[in-house]
Design a protein around this ligand. Structure first.
Ligand code: MSP
Length: 515
């Protein structure tokens, strides 16, 4: 089933001055889970990610790496990002690079659209002040700690040059009105309040071009200046769906349904970006969701600490589903958290291998033992099961609609735990001797329930969920299942053969890395 509903979601585009680490992976995994969920619902999903290439820090990294040819470095690194996401099983519908002609065309169109609609909104002026290259942002003395940028621990550069400015201040009231009348626009609530107060009290016009910088997209009509990297980068969200090159596609997908960002870049996404869109006469995204940041074993992720975990290494050991599960279970989406290999190992052993893997294994083993590997009759079924499960689906879908990934996983795990307990209580091995009819009823229930849980797991643990469905004797989920239809109770066919396979989460060799 494919409806006409579209669902367009984006991740930030990442700088290519380094390789992806587990922090970047977090945002991309969350986007992938949301995208898979909406695909399952039959929506026409478009997930855009990509690389932010017109930044001075990329140029500095290229030079440091000994590249005389900057485009060659950008291409090489952009490939690393794209391949990492593909290797991790993250599915995107397009990957935009801000050095591509389609993006440059869109940026030119956008700039000219703003100039045409509001000739005074882009105006020349002189900028004299401080600039932090790490943040790619202008900073003030009050932002500094001991003369350094608090994030990058380096002094900003003093700059004096002719710049074009964007009249951000002209949009203050419109932005505030939009935020007030659209409670879902900035999520979670705490971020919304933070941004609202920034817009209300501190937001000023912003310089959107640089004269001293040579790398970047030239200002239309003034090629001696280049466009400020954030002004150019934000436009990726529309250039990636055809703004300036494929109007039909652009009209189909814009406005975005969800823009996922980390809390570090919320002002750009919730103040500058919407004001830019208003200036160009375009609709605002339906929602910008800012998730929190996590540390690694209590420390900030940093190159100097050498703790920037490469997601590919982690996946080699634990499998991708485990990493997906851990990121979305351990760190409340929207809040801050900590990532520890110790906790990852614990959750693997307990939640995945034990509570999930063992349950499937137990149920299938008993089906083999007592019913020759065939689904036994429901024998009148269980009166509350269908209603309970319908309620579980409702809670699950509601949690996902709010991007409460942890909440959706809680629904699943509550049920897994209940099943494990219920097996111990109903003691099928005793029923096998005393009450075959009751045994049949109970085992049919467990098989049917596992089918539901496998479907619920599909967006989160796609590989595992498919293995579960196959072991239950069913087809893997595929891209366009009858999602609502699968939520009905009682679809396991009596007499169908199950296919018990290898454990879903085998015991891991003890590893010295785990503290
Ligand atoms: N290029 C800009 C974004 C431009 S979007 C128009 C940028 N790039 S970045 O490579 O620095 O990526 C930042 C994003 O990576 C954050 O917003 C967040 O999504 C993710 N994260 C980086 N470190 C992270 C953590 N430690 N924890 C969680 N997310 C992290 O900013």
């Amino acid at each position: 089933m494919r409806t006409n509903d579209k669902y367009y979601l984006t991740t930030p585009i990442y700088y290519v001055n380094d390789r992806p680490h587990i922090g970047h992976t977090y945002t991309t995994v969350a986007a992938d889970v949301a995208a898979r969920y909406h695909r399952l619902r039959g929506e026409d999903v478009f997930l855009l990610t990509g690389t932010d290439e017109n930044s001075q820090k990329n140029v500095a990294a290229a030079e440091k790496a000994g590249y005389a040819d900057i485009p060659a470095y950008l291409e090489e690194m952009s490939r690393v990002w794209r391949e990492t996401w593909s290797d991790l099983g993250l599915r995107f519908d397009d990957f935009i690079r801000t050095t591509e002609p389609r993006h440059i065309a869109a940026v030119n169109k956008f700039w000219n659209a703003v100039k045409e609609r509001h000739p005074d909104d882009i105006y020349p002026g002189e900028y004299s002040g401080l600039y932090c290259e790490g943040c790619e942002a202008f900073v003030t003395e009050t932002d500094l700690v001991d003369g350094n940028c608090p994030i990058h621990k380096k002094p900003p550069k003093a700059i004096k040059e002719k710049n074009y400015f964007f009249r951000l201040s002209a949009y203050r009231q419109k932005l505030l009105d939009h935020i007030d009348s659209h409670p879902g626009f900035i999520r979670p609530e705490s971020r919304r309040n933070e941004v609202r107060s920034y817009i209300d009290k501190f937001m000023t016009d912003v310089s959107i071009s640089r004269e001293s910088v040579k790398w970047g997209i030239p200002v239309p009509g003034d090629p001696k200046s280049v466009i400020y990297v954030w002004f150019d980068a934000l436009i990726n969200y529309i250039s990636g769906i055809g703004y300036g090159t494929d109007e039909e596609k652009f009209r189909r997908y814009w406005p975005a349904d969800l823009q996922l960002v980390g809390k570090d870049i919320i002002k750009f996404h919730c103040a500058l970006w919407p004001a830019m869109l208003l200036a160009a006469g375009l609709e605002l995204p339906k929602q910008v969701f800012a998730h929190g940041f996590f540390t690694i074993d209590g420390d900030k992720i940093s190159k100097s600490l050498g703790n920037a975990i490469d997601p590919r290494d982690l996946v080699k050991k634990y499998g991708f589903d485990t990493v997906r599960y851990f990121l979305l279970r351990e760190i409340t989406f929207g809040g801050d958290g900590d990532f520890s290999l110790k906790r990852l190992g614990e959750r693997y052993a307990n939640d995945l291998a034990n509570e999930l893997g063992n349950l499937l294994h137990r149920v299938l083993s008993m089906t083999e033992k007592y019913f020759e590997g065939r689904v036994p009759p429901a024998e009148g079924g269980c009166a509350e099961a269908a209603a309970d499960q319908a309620e579980a689906w409702q809670n699950y879908e509601q949690a996902l609609a709010e991007l409460d990934f942890g909440g959706a996983l809680d629904v699943i795990w509550e049920h897994l735990r209940w099943d494990n307990k219920h097996i111990d209580e109903t003691k099928p091995w005793v029923l096998a001797k005393t009450d075959r009819k009751e045994l049949s009823r109970v085992m049919n229930y467990f098989l049917e329930h596992l089918r539901h849980l496998a479907w619920m797991l599909t967006p989160f643990l796609p590989e595992t969920a498919d293995k579960m469905l196959v072991q239950l004797g069913l087809e893997p989920a595929g891209d366009k299942p009858d999602w609502k239809g699968q939520q009905a109770w009682g679809l396991m066919k009596e007499g169908a053969t199950i296919r018990k396979g290898a454990p879903l989460f085998p015991r891991l060799e003890a590893n010295s890395e785990e503290k």
